[in-house]
Design a binder for this molecule. Structure first.
Ligand SMILES: [Fe+2]
Length: 245
């Protein structure tokens, strides 16, 4: 009954409540390199809620060499998670790696799991880009999808050829920034690229890309994220708050 007099805990330095929806994460148990068990999933979601996120569109990898996920495997893991969660909106989509299997899925007109509407989250290797990157993006578009490039700032080989980012944007590709990039978590090149893309008004979405507790701990103390994030929020370009899970 005296709870209102309880000493307030110090305010968390990080508050993502204005972003509202985390649309890139690996929170489903046991199907990729993210949460391993249902307990991991619940702990990570709880941690993200403490940072202010209210809903989640989680995006397990579909990467045929490593994680042979399909709508069925994703749905099974999603059902397990939902059975343990009462009131947290969590929807499941996928982060598609632009490999040969992805090309086949498109050729066979298989339906893709989307972030919202026809928006599909895609990624490729951090070592080198696909030779036909623009063709792959175009192939997705002619099937009626809008590509969202996951963490464009993490493709450090593009730091010396930034023209490619303008070309992808001109094609209609959306960009999703990893929040941790702004703290230097992935190195200075990615941090600089992230700030440059914000300045260029290229970023449409942000996500945590959360895989494990270490990411959560890093987010919790990365106060450097907040200033550029507010620039993004103030720009009105960020689509996260309008997403629904
Ligand atoms: Fe990811």
């Amino acid at each position: 009954m005296f709870s209102i007099f309880k000493k307030k805990l110090p305010a968390t330095p990080i508050d993502f409540s204005a972003v509202k929806t985390d649309m890139h994460s690996h929170l489903l148990p046991g199907i990729d390199d993210g949460a391993e068990t249902i307990n991991d999933s619940l702990q990570l979601i709880n941690g993200l809620q403490q940072l202010g996120f209210q809903q989640f569109i989680t995006t397990p990898h579909t990467m045929w060499d490593m994680y042979k996920n399909t709508p069925a495997t994703i749905s099974t893991a999603h059902e397990i998670l939902k059975s343990h969660l009462k009131e947290v909106p969590v929807r499941a989509a996928s982060e598609y790696f632009l490999d040969d299997h992805f090309d086949e899925m498109l050729q066979q007109e298989q339906s893709l799991l989307t972030i919202t509407g026809k928006m599909v989250l895609v990624e490729f290797s951090f070592v080198s880009p696909p030779l036909n990157l623009k063709e792959k993006i175009f192939n997705l578009q002619i099937k009626g999808y809008t590509p969202i490039l996951a963490h464009p700032e993490r493709y450090q080989f593009f730091a010396t050829q930034k023209k490619i980012y303008h070309e992808l944007k001109d094609m209609g590709c959306l960009f999703q920034l990893n929040l941790l990039s702004l703290s230097g978590y992935y190195g200075k090149i990615s941090a600089d690229l992230a700030l440059w893309m914000i300045e260029q008004k290229m970023i449409n979405l942000v996500g945590t890309d959360l895989h494990h507790q270490r990411h959560l701990d890093a987010l919790r103390y990365s106060t450097a994220i907040m200033r550029p994030l507010h620039v993004l929020l103030d720009s009105g370009l960020l689509q996260n708050p309008a997403l629904s899970a």
